[in-house]
Design a protein around this ligand. Structure first.
Ligand code: FAD
Length: 412
């Protein structure tokens, strides 16, 4: 597609879940947009591939028909009905979500490769009215102009009054427009691999988080996928990786060769390479808007520092970017001061849980506390229920920061 030299439409850089959600929310309100992505879809994105309840919530906000439509595509996803935590002691805690797999219920979460999920999102955007998507279009340079920004790409240049930066952890906008620097204490390194033939996968597709002592405050994950595949990976904060001088690519097979994983992976085949990618964590607030631009998702560093979840936060920030973008374009108020309320919308919604997750990330290094909570929860249905509800209710998660919570637990 040849780009117009000038447009009055917002230009979205990046067609990951942040970019497509932004385009879809704009389209829902009748605002057309242009989306540029350097990739040709379907394209891979290194990820754990877990789509949490937050993704389901945003899809429902867009259109109630989307989640049932995605659920019907059984070749694209597996529904997930809970989480299996494994404490540093090796003790397991199985926490089902409140919505169980009874007939007719829609799952609270899914696992779907990003190759499939991002392509499905792209298809939804392609079908929406007013969304123009240019693939194989790489933004190489951003030039500030009185009108807004001129984006220089490999296929020509385009000038727009509003850039919405959804170009992920390695894109230009976070660094060049937002001046967001990579800080090791607020960044995570992770590797991911696909395996076939892993034994002992959960019958209800619970996602597995293994908090192994030498990975804390990170963890090993094993997530089920369609056709008996599994997404397996591990992540660790970048400052911890540097301090311990670990190589995650060699650590993953080493961990899988230990008990109890060696039995489960005895006949497993690695499908492709072990690949790494960074996670810009939202454990610190940043300025995520400025003159003629808004930042979304990984470009705005919004990944949950405890769970590593970033897809839902990318889509939520996309929803607010669409809301603020429409208002700004209508009133032609696009200065940094005009767009600053976007930061407030995003952090009012996400900061309580991002801050809490930072605390949980630090608490998780206390192995004894982690082991003790898991041990208690194994014996207490009330606590298991509380933990289950925590995935749907942030106020409940806040309990974990309150010393009274542990006091009650002790004498329960
Ligand atoms: C190993 C790992 C495991 C993870 N596991 C999970 C998980 O299980 N669940 C979860 O919710 N989150 C997970 N995350 C985080 C999640 O992957 C990200 O938060 C999410 O992809 C952010 O979406 P986004 O739309 O902001 O960016 P991205 O998905 O990265 O999309 C950015 C898009 O921008 C395009 N782009 C980049 N630069 C340019 C350019 N110059 N010009 C044009 N296009 C450009 C790219 O091609 C890409 O399509 C994980 C991350 C990692 C690294």
């Amino acid at each position: 597609m040849s780009l117009p030299s000038k447009t009055d439409l917002p230009v979205i850089i990046g067609a990951g879940p942040g970019g497509t959600a932004t385009a879809l929310f704009l389209a829902k309100e009748g605002q057309a947009s242009i989306v540029l992505d350097r990739a040709t879809f379907p394209r891979d994105k290194i990820c754990g591939d877990a789509l949490s309840g937050k993704v389901v919530e945003v899809l429902n906000k867009l259109d109630k028909a989307l989640v049932p439509a995605f659920h019907a595509k059984t070749e694209l996803q597996v529904p997930s009905w809970g989480i299996l935590f494994v404490a540093p002691s090796g003790r397991e805690l199985r926490v089902p979500f409140r919505t169980g797999p009874q007939a007719g219920a829609l799952p609270p979460g899914f696992i779907s490769t990003r190759l499939d999920f991002d392509n499905w999102m792209l298809e939804q955007a392609q079908q929406a009215s007013g969304v123009t998507i240019a693939q194989r279009t790489e933004v190489e340079k951003l030039e500030k102009t009185p009108y807004g920004y001129r984006l220089h790409t490999n296929t020509g240049s385009i000038e727009t009054p509003l850039v919405i930066g959804c170009d992920g952890a390695q894109g230009h906008t976070g660094r060049l427009l937002g001046h967001i620097e990579k800080e090791d204490a607020h960044y995570c390194a992770a590797v991911r691999a696909y395996y076939n033939n892993v034994k002992g996968m959960d019958s209800e597709n619970f996602i597995e988080l293994h908090f192994l002592p030498d990975l804390l405050p990170g963890y090993l994950w094993i997530f089920p996928l369609p056709n008996g595949r599994a997404n397996v990976g591990l992540g660790m904060r970048t400052d911890v990786v540097a301090k311990r001088k670990v190589n995650l690519r060699t650590l993953l097979p080493e961990v899988l060769s230990r008990s109890p994983f060696c039995e489960r992976f005895a006949h497993a085949e690695l499908d492709g390479a072990i690949r790494g990618f960074g996670l810009p964590l939202g454990s610190k607030q940043r300025k995520i808007s400025g003159d003629n631009f808004l930042l979304v998702g990984d470009a705005a560093s919004l990944i949950d520092p405890f769970t590593g979840e970033g897809i839902g936060n990318a889509m939520i920030s996309g929803m607010f970017a669409a809301q603020k973008g429409i208002e700004a374009l209508k009133t032609q108020k696009l200065t940094s001061a005009d767009l600053a309320p976007y930061d407030k919308l995003v952090y009012d919604r996400l900061w309580p849980e991002l801050r809490l997750s930072r605390t949980l990330q630090n608490l998780s290094t206390q192995q004894w506390l982690f082991n003790w909570v898991v041990e208690k929860a194994r014996r207490s249905p009330t606590l298991r229920e509380t933990i289950s509800c925590m995935f749907e209710d942030i106020d409940l998660r806040d309990k974990l920061r309150d010393p009274r919570f542990y006091f009650h637990l002790m004498f329960e």
